[in-house]
Write a protein that binds this ligand. Structure first.
Ligand code: ADP
Ligand code: GN1
Ligand code: MG
Length: 355
């Protein structure tokens, strides 16, 4: 018996489901590779209802965004494509009230969990930049906010401080150094939200989760092909999309590396990404946006670090973990990268003006 047979059979497959097993390394949804009797592959996903409180609204966003992107796509494999249920719906609610969706598998593609070289990273920048440009004329008022205040860093700080005060698992005493590191940067963490509040940074339709493993590359050419994981496409800041990519991809180690001597912020990778991203975003980048790309990098890294730390303090209830202390390990890599960025700050700012 394969996993999720009933759910798989509810969608319009070409044949009978013959294989279904866990796939990929996402922290939020449950992702499965599904194969049918015609050897066609699909991506089946169970949506995390703990994270996405209104899955119907989330799926309405995805249907609208993929529909829009399809119009701009040069080839079939450049956009995620939903496969409807037998009833013609874009998603399934199963007997247990769980939400499922099925995507066409993007064939002859691969996904990177860690940056291997500058050329690949630059390709990912072109792909995310192109994605943002293609959504520039998407009517933002059609988008539901799938996670309210997702990159509202001051609000993330408030949640983090509440987790420290509650200390529900008695873990705060072991992580005093990490808590102090975070608290010392609270004011800096608010910089982008302050500028946004004053109207100095434009709101755009952004992806909001631009890590490297949310891009698929073409296996043959190694060109960036398709942006995936569209759950958090919402109005947001360019600097945050730029910054989240840097957070994950301009590191010399994996997000959960335990040996911090291996975790370094790479200026050459940062430079390669900056060049590709600015090229793909084109003329529309404002002077204020450009000047605050480094803030995006440092603030997204800091914010992600405090989210991991808050989750560790709360007993690991949000991000999927596969070992004890996993969220703490992730927090430590993020804070190491923040400290590195602080040392490289002047160069980061100069590089953002270079292209
Ligand atoms: P999560 O929200 O949990 O991060 P993703 O949507 O990013 O889930 O999917 C997890 C992984 O599954 C991706 O990193 C990628 O390797 C793979 N994947 C997702 N969608 C597709 C697709 N349409 N075609 C090929 N691989 C995919
Ligand atoms: C989660 O879904 P995934 O694994 O692409 C998280 C991001 C974090 C990231 C850290 C909806 O992304 O915000 O930056 O983990 N997504 C959500 O790796 O919270
Ligand atoms: Mg993902």
């Amino acid at each position: 018996m394969i996993a999720n047979m009933e759910q798989a059979k509810s969608f319009q497959l070409d044949g009978e489901p013959i294989y279904c097993d866990r796939y990929g390394n996402g922290h939020i949804n449950e992702t499965y590779l599904l194969v049918d009797s015609t050897a066609r592959e699909y991506i089946l996903q169970k949506i995390n209802k703990n994270v996405f409180k209104q899955p119907d609204k989330l799926m309405e966003n995805i249907a609208a965004v993929t529909g829009h992107l399809r119009k701009a796509a040069a080839s079939h494999r450049e956009t995620l494509r939903l496969i409807p249920t037998r009833e013609g719906q874009n998603w399934l609610v199963d007997g247990g009230g769980e939400y499922w969706r099925l995507y066409e598998f993007v064939t002859d593609s691969f996904c990177l969990e860690k940056t291997e070289n500058q050329a690949d990273f630059r390709e990912s920048a072109l792909t995310f930049g192109r994605f943002q440009r293609q959504l520039a004329d998407f009517p933002a008022d059609r988008l539901h906010e799938t996670i309210p205040r997702f990159h509202d860093t001051p609000n993330r700080y408030a949640a983090f401080k509440a987790a420290v005060s509650a200390d529900s698992h008695g873990r705060a005493k072991e992580v005093r150094a990490e808590i102090d590191f975070a608290l010392a940067r609270e004011e800096f963490g608010a910089a982008l939200m302050n500028l946004s509040g004053k109207g100095e940074l434009p709101l755009r339709v952004t992806h909001n989760d631009t890590k490297l493993n949310n891009v698929l590359f073409d296996r043959e050419s190694r060109r960036g092909l398709c942006v995936i994981d569209l759950d958090t496409v919402m109005p947001g800041l360019m600097a945050n999309d730029f910054g989240d990519s840097i957070r994950f991809g301009a590191s010399t180690a994996a997000e959960d590396e335990r040996d911090l001597s291996k975790v370094n912020f790479s200026l050459p990778l940062y430079t390669a990404y900056t060049e590709g991203f600015l090229e793909a975003c084109g003329e529309s980048v404002t002077d204020c946006e450009r000047a605050h790309l480094p803030h995006g990098a440092a603030i997204m890294t800091l914010e992600c670090g405090i989210r991991f730390l808050a989750d560790y303090l709360s007993g690991d209830v949000y991000f999927r973990t596969s070992r004890p202390g996993h969220n703490l390990d992730r927090c430590r890599t993020q804070f190491k990268l923040v400290a590195d960025m602080e040392k490289a700050w002047d160069e980061m700012r100069e590089i953002a003006q270079r292209f």
